[in-house]
Design a protein around this ligand. Structure first.
Ligand code: SAM
Length: 279
């Protein structure tokens, strides 16, 4: 998974960082404190989750989930309900992602959050719970009538209506109606819309000065990187994710080249892009 260029760039970074207090050999470096850093091993450590078999990915995710903050009983209950109710419940964020969202919302002291793609309201509940102190407003967008009904149920059941506002319809149209700024914007809807949504957000200056845009599934199960990247992707869903991958490749090029923003694509989960205003 690590391209020749990526490998070289990383090696350069290591060598620049360790100079002048370390000495280099061809494949490893020894610091003055005697610590041996094998670049080969370290590069392996950087390899993304895509090289995991589904079983390995499940084991690692379980370990990380158990080693991270627990999500609430309400979130566990909603998770179970969604899995039981919808065949495509893999669209829902994982408990570990939920814990990550809550961590970030509190770290950033978010007072206003925009979510593009509500599904059954699991991530909206995560944002809601994490922002009790800041009393944040959460605006979430959803198109599918079935998921609008599920989200409305979630909002009522977990008493979120005071701060969670669901806007029905196409995200592109809904974003046009928004004003003010958001401290976190979670982009998690149709993958061929990501570029449009982020352009709209930037053009309308909907992101607060220190805000964070977080875009999920930017790997498209690996298809963004290469159609060879994920031998474990089932054939049934491969054409769908291949198309998503093409759109997300364009999106990644846009992020990399837009002079208004800083961007990092993290090899976690199914690829998560973080965007902030350039300062
Ligand atoms: C991946 S799911 C969202 C998952 C949710 N954020 C979570 O973490 O549990 C994507 C959702 O976006 C919705 N969606 C897809 N295209 C959309 C569009 N053009 N406008 C609004 N919502 C859309 C889908 O119906 C689906 O419910």
């Amino acid at each position: 998974m690590v391209s020749g260029r990526g490998y070289k760039d990383w090696q350069c970074l290591v060598q620049c960082k360790r100079s002048p207090s370390t000495e280099a050999t061809n494949s490893s470096s020894i610091t003055r404190t005697g610590f041996r850093l094998s670049t080969h091993t370290a590069v392996k450590m950087l390899t993304s989750v895509l090289s995991f078999t589904p079983e390995m990915a499940a084991t690692v995710t379980e370990y990380c989930t158990n080693s991270s903050n627990d999500v609430s009983g309400d979130m566990k209950e909603l998770w179970d309900w969604t899995v039981g109710e919808f065949e495509d419940s893999d669209k829902m964020s994982s408990p570990l992602q939920g814990a990550t969202m809550q961590f970030l919302a509190q770290l950033l002291g978010a007072k206003r959050i925009l979510e593009i793609g509500c599904y059954s309201g699991y991530s909206a509940l995560a944002w809601y719970e994490a922002t009790k102190q800041t009393n944040a407003e959460i605006i979430t967008l959803e198109l599918d009538p079935k998921m609008i009904a599920a989200s409305r149920r979630t909002i009522a059941k977990y008493k979120m209506a005071d701060r969670v506002h669901l806007i029905e319809g196409k995200a592109q149209d809904s974003i046009e109606t928004l004003t003010g700024t958001f401290d976190i914007i979670f982009v998690d809807a149709n993958k061929d819309g990501y570029e449009t949504y982020v352009k709209q957000i930037l053009d309308k200056k909907l992101l607060s000065p220190n805000g964070l845009i977080m875009c999920d599934n930017v790997f498209a199960r690996g298809m963004t990187i290469s159609t060879e990247a994920n031998p474990h992707l089932p054939g049934k869903v491969r054409p769908y994710w291949t198309e998503c991958g093409k759109a997300l490749k364009r999106f990644n090029n846009f992020c990399k080249n837009d002079p208004r923003i800083d961007t990092v694509l993290m090899p976690v989960y199914d690829g998560v892009t973080f965007i902030k205003w350039k300062q």
